[in-house]
Design a protein around this ligand. Structure first.
Ligand code: MG
Length: 158
């Protein structure tokens, strides 16, 4: 028995903040404005995992009004979400995700992100797909005002 889930997340970008994407810190002049570390990619994967087992969303489980999650490492949130999936009796089969941002170029960091995410969910890096696209200078993504991530996951009952 299989279940699929999808997740999407948006964060505003601001000068002088740390940019965390896919569990790693990327050198850049801007970073995400957030209560946690603002890792949109990990948040989208968390929502996809929760969605696949109909457990709501990360805002529900880790509210941004809760000081415990201030500057939270999103890898911990990802591990917590995957624990909830496992408690429901499911394994993760694969993740496919896309980052939408104008800058910086993501390709040089993809292998490291795959490794970090794979380690957090006890998978192999080849089961974690991370794609990236710019928005061709269009809209808030193109103006580098924000970044978006989407993720799909497949789960299998064990
Ligand atoms: Mg978020």
């Amino acid at each position: 028995m299989y279940r699929i889930g999808q997740g999407i997340d948006f964060h505003r970008l601001e000068e002088g903040r740390a940019l965390w994407l896919g569990g790693i810190r990327i050198p850049h002049s801007k970073g995400c404005v957030a209560h946690s570390d603002g890792d949109v990619l990990l948040h989208a994967i968390c929502d996809a995992l929760l969605g696949a087992v109909a457990l709501g969303d990360i805002g529900q489980h880790f509210p941004d009004t809760d000081d415990r999650y201030k500057n939270a490492d999103s890898k911990i949130l990802l591990q917590r979400c995957y624990s909830m999936v496992r408690e429901k009796g499911y394994w993760l089969v694969n993740v496919d995700s896309t980052l939408l941002l104008q800058a910086p170029k993501i390709r040089p960091y993809v292998a490291q992100m795959q490794a970090v995410i794979a380690r957090a969910v006890h998978m192999s890096a080849e089961d974690i797909s991370i794609k990236a696209t710019t928005a061709e200078q269009l809209g808030f993504i193109g103006r580098e005002e924000g970044v978006v991530a989407t993720a799909n996951v497949l789960l299998q009952k064990y």
